[in-house]
Design a protein around this ligand. Structure first.
Ligand code: NAG
Ligand code: NAG
Ligand code: NAG
Ligand code: NAG
Ligand code: NAG
Ligand code: NAG
Ligand code: NAG
Ligand code: NAG
Ligand code: NAG
Length: 668
């Protein structure tokens, strides 16, 4: 907006003075040939070439040839009114450069030549009223008509209003009343209009054929993307005395107006009135009609009243007592609207999953013959619907999906509801509603007993079969678990055993011979590892030993670097190995090159009863590679080989170590 608001208000305040001034002056000398019953005029009628006023009105002239005024080119006022002229030639006035006033009213003109006013830069008043003009040529009005102040086009047959006044860029009175105008358009090749400060444009569109407002009226005039409110400044046309229909088409306009300061502009132009519908007749559109009264009847058939209410964003469907047996399959629904449906007093038997179910704001089905409710319809209504009235129907059962609607939004009273075991969920549904809601809804048992639904329990109804169901469900679940376990055990027998051991402490293997023969062994396991590799050493000390000794059941380990004794180191180690139930060989990259390792490996190989006694841990990926080469490959043959990356590594390791439990004590 370029213009400050204060200025606009002043400007609009001014619009109330509709100027009906005549600028036609009688300049002397004049040539008056009015009221002479003349049917034609010729060149020779003009004897005085100095005349400034020519009055040919009230004759019977029907034709004027082009060169007829060539003797009187100084004319400033020309009156051709009250004749029979049907046609004007384009160059009739081409010599009248100083023409100020032109009257051709009360003739029989049906059209105008496009170039008729081409160079009329002095023209101040143009009267074309009381003719039969159906349209104005696109270039007839143009921006060089600097001085034009009063244009009278009333009492013609114009059907479209175009922004002619804005082309003139000056204050101007445009009278377009008593035409047949019902719409707007713009073929003028211009949609950008500049408003000069102080210019006042009045456009009289009273007594035309406007009935229905169209939001595109302003778009037609100014093009899209234009600020309608700003354009109103140039132009608040006088739209009174048209037979306006106050319906949904006027809603946007009225709503914008209610929010605009123009509402208080001191102009009568905004006080146009409704003609239809009858109950709004003579109410002022912007001042007396509430926004939710701008509604449209969407259909007249179906004998239902279907009304679009843009203010409420709703389409009201009133089908009360219309003898319906089903809900309508489809309903008209403009964008962004929801449905408020009243089907009270029909014979509808089922609440169906209709295509508009997810657009329903409220649904009144009371006093029908409902026996069945489609749960899918309720699911679709979820979130949106605010009220569902199902009173006075024949419902025995409600689908559980009705749970998606809170009880306080739902009315189910006056139905022959059955107290069935599968209806006990309704008690919770009712009880969850807030306290103000009447919860006295009842149901009837087969034996005729009546109960409050909110007090319904399985015990009250003796629903025993539920326990049966619960048992069979649990059995079913158990069966599934067993099947899964069996399948797993078949596929991964070793892992299954390890898991079984981990969880239930059941050791399903045959114990290794070594555990049965020697009971006087000092150590549970001897750890053979590459002590020169700092990483291996750390892992052995901080991880392996800690885990096995620190966590229950804890094992007694022999770690050579730790458990030193007196005497030859080789003897010590060999003896310790002999007294260990397991030898864990921690294979790492440089293990094969270490002397002690070679020694321990050889001892281990040669020990008796070493079935299950020697096991390998592959420390890293290099160890894995080693394990695929000789001699390791054959050494590991038939032995348990673990790797810290294995799933269940620690469980597997513990599984392989001697049993630490009562069993052992018994053996001792
Ligand atoms: C014009 O014609 C009418 C009717 O024929 C007549 O009464 C009237 O006197 C005529 N006027 C002139 C100026 O001839
Ligand atoms: C022309 O003559 C008629 C009849 O005498 C008169 O009413 C009218 O005002 C005159 N026109 C002008 C422009 O003077
Ligand atoms: C009007 O006059 C012009 C030239 O004098 C002529 O060509 C035309 O046919 C006339 N029209 C009528 C309807 O008389
Ligand atoms: C409005 O309607 C009435 C009755 O139908 C009619 O007489 C009147 O001319 C109409 N007014 C306009 C401006 O169309
Ligand atoms: C004027 O409007 C009425 C009702 O809208 C319509 O029937 C009639 O045809 C219109 N007249 C013209 C000339 O457009
Ligand atoms: C409004 O005008 C547009 C085009 O100008 C037209 O497509 C539309 O149907 C009109 N709306 C009404 C309700 O007449
Ligand atoms: C809509 O239809 C109803 C009933 O047919 C009628 O009473 C009402 O006036 C109509 N409303 C409009 C805006 O046409
Ligand atoms: C349903 O419609 C009937 C009849 O119009 C009305 O009495 C009742 O109050 C309506 N139900 C609701 C919940 O508004
Ligand atoms: C409840 O059981 C009855 C039969 O006893 C059946 O007709 C009805 O459909 C069931 N209702 C629901 C919601 O399952």
């Amino acid at each position: 907006m370029r213009n400050p608001h204060r200025f606009l208000i002043l400007l609009i305040a001014d619009l109330s003075f509709l100027r009906v001034v005549s600028l036609c002056t009688i300049y002397d000398p004049q040539f008056d040939l009015s009221i002479k019953n003349r049917t034609s005029i010729t060149n020779s009628d003009f004897t005085d070439s100095s005349v400034l006023t020519v009055n040919l009105s009230h004759n019977l002239i029907s034709n004027l040839s082009s060169g007829i005024f060539s003797n009187v080119i100084r004319v400033q006022t020309l009156d051709l009114s009250h004749n029979w002229i049907t046609e004007l030639s384009g160059d009739l006035l081409s010599l009248f450069i100083r023409l100020v006033c032109l009257k051709i009213s009360n003739n029989r003109l049906e059209k105008l030549p496009e170039t008729f006013l081409e160079n009329k830069v002095s023209l101040e008043q143009l009267d074309l009223s009381h003719n039969n003009l159906g349209s104005i040529p696109d270039k007839f009005f143009h921006s060089n008509l600097w001085n034009l102040r009063v244009v009278d086009l009333s009492w013609n047959n114009l059907v479209t209003y175009q922004p002619w006044p804005l082309l003139l860029r000056r204050s101007v009175d445009f009278d377009l009343s008593y035409n047949k105008i019902s719409t707007t358009a713009n073929n003028l090749g211009q949609t950008e209009f500049t408003n000069f400060y102080g210019s006042e444009i009045t456009v009289n569109l009273q007594f035309n054929n406007f009935t229905q407002w169209n939001d595109s009226f302003y778009e037609n005039l100014f093009g899209v993307d234009e600020n309608v409110a700003e354009k109103l400044i140039y132009l608040i046309p006088d739209l009174r005395n048209n037979n306006w229909t106050c319906d949904c088409n006027l809603y946007n306009r009225a709503s914008a107006m209610h929010n605009s300061f123009y509402l208080y502009a001191k102009t009568d132009n905004l006080k146009f009135k409704c003609y239809n519908p009858p109950h709004l007749r003579d109410k002022r559109v912007f001042y007396d009609v509430a926004l939710n009264e701008f509604v449209c009847n969407l259909t007249s058939d179906q004998n239902c009243l279907i009304q679009d209410n843009p203010y409420m964003h709703l389409v009201y469907v009133d089908c009360r007592s219309r003898g319906l047996t089903t809900m309508p399959k489809s309903l008209p629904l403009p964008d962004g609207r929801k449905l408020s449906l009243n089907f009270y007093g029909n014979s509808i038997r089922s609440l169906d999953n209709v295509e508009y179910a997810d657009k329903i704001d409220s649904l009144n089905l009371s006093n029908n013959a409902l026996q069945f409710i489609d749960g899918n319809a309720l699911r679709k209504m979820n979130n949106i619907i605010k009220e569902l009235d199902l009173r006075k129907n024949s419902l025995k059962y409600l689908p559980k999906e009705i749970n998606v609607l809170p009880f306080e939004k739902t009315h189910v009273e006056d139905n022959p509801l059955s107290c069935d075991c599968n209806m006990t969920w309704m008690a919770d549904w009712v009880n969850l509603a807030p306290g103000y809601r009447d919860k006295s809804v009842q149901c009837t048992e087969v034996n005729g007993d009546r109960h409050l639904i909110k007090e319904l329990t399985e015990r009250l109804l003796n629903c025993t079969n539920d326990i049966l169901i619960a048992v069979s469900v649990s059995l079913g679940v158990l069966l599934v678990i067993i099947i899964i376990v069996v399948i797993t055990a078949k596929r991964c027998p070793y892992e299954s055993k390890v898991i079984l051991f981990k969880i239930f402490r059941i050791h399903p293997r045959d114990k290794y011979v070594v555990d049965n023969i020697y009971h006087d062994m000092d150590n549970d396991a001897y750890i053979s590892y590459d002590a020169s590799d700092i990483h291996v050493q750390q892992w052995t000390r901080e991880v392996l030993v800690r885990k096995l000794e620190g966590k229950k059941p804890s094992f007694k380990l022999f770690v050579p670097e730790r458990n030193k004794g007196v005497g030859s180191e080789a003897d010590l180690r060999a003896e310790a190995m002999e007294k260990s139930k397991r030898i864990i060989i921690l294979l790492s990259a440089h293990y094969p090159k270490q002397e002690w390792c070679q020694f321990e490996c050889n001892v281990a190989e040669s020990m008796s009863e070493n079935q299950g006694r020697v096991l390998y841990i592959l420390y890293d990926s290099k160890a894995v590679r080693l394990s695929k080469q000789e001699p390791w490959q054959s050494r590991m043959n038939d032995r348990r080989v673990l790797s810290p990356d294995d799933k269940l590594f620690w469980s597997k390791l513990r599984y392989e170590l001697p049993l630490k439990s009562k069993v052992q004590f018994q053996n001792v």
